[in-house]
Write a protein that binds this ligand. Sequence first.
Ligand code: GAL
Ligand code: GAL
Ligand code: MN
Length: 225
Amino acid sequence: MKVGLLLIATNKYIQFLNPLVESADRYFCTNHEVTYYVHTNQNFEVNTYRDIVAIPVEHKPWPWMTLERYKHFSDSKEQLSEMDYLYYCDVDMLFVNTVGDEILGDRVATQHPGLFGTRGTPETDSRSLAYIAPHEPMQYFAGGFNGGTSKEYLKMASTISANIIKDYEKELIAVWHDESHMNRYFVDNPPTVILSPSYCYGESLNIPFERRLLALDKDHAAVRN
Ligand code: GAL
Ligand code: GAL
Ligand code: MN
């Protein structure tokens, strides 16, 4: 299969790219043909045996890089639809164990490492398109790792991106940005594969799951702007 790994690494986030790609070379979908798509405004040089494609994007201050991630994916949908599957992971992550065919599916979500098995922190403002009503069944997913077939993933990206824009026209930004909208999307379009917090394991957490994809501890203030 052709699998695209979508990455966003503008400004200082570029420092995370090399270690992440090295770890993905070793552990991510090693039996498939992987292409890394790096959305960035920086020059970079990465040693990898796989294809790596730079997609130029402008940097914007927090929280716009996270809010607009699905817009970027949607903007390059023609190029990205060449892939069979698309996955996104935060660039400040590290693969530390195999991540393989168990992640393949139409719509793939990851349980949040701090909020798994709960409703978590959905948007509670009913004016927002990310709103989830208390009576709607849900569990909370993390925005740091998700994916699916390219067809399904690009559909999700364009829906979320449109909803974020519509919210902003009403001066609304959902409580956890794109993650809130992703959670709404998964209420309406349930994931066909639900991954445990192994796939978004907070580096300094101690939770009863294997460590596969670590979300690194970082100094947010030092990298965001
Ligand atoms: C980080 C993520 C980066 C980029 C950034 C945007 O959490 O690791 O890839 O998306 O958010 O603010
Ligand atoms: C935090 C995490 C945020 C967001 C939030 C949701 O632990 O750092 O990125 O997922 O939980 O409540
Ligand atoms: Mn992160």
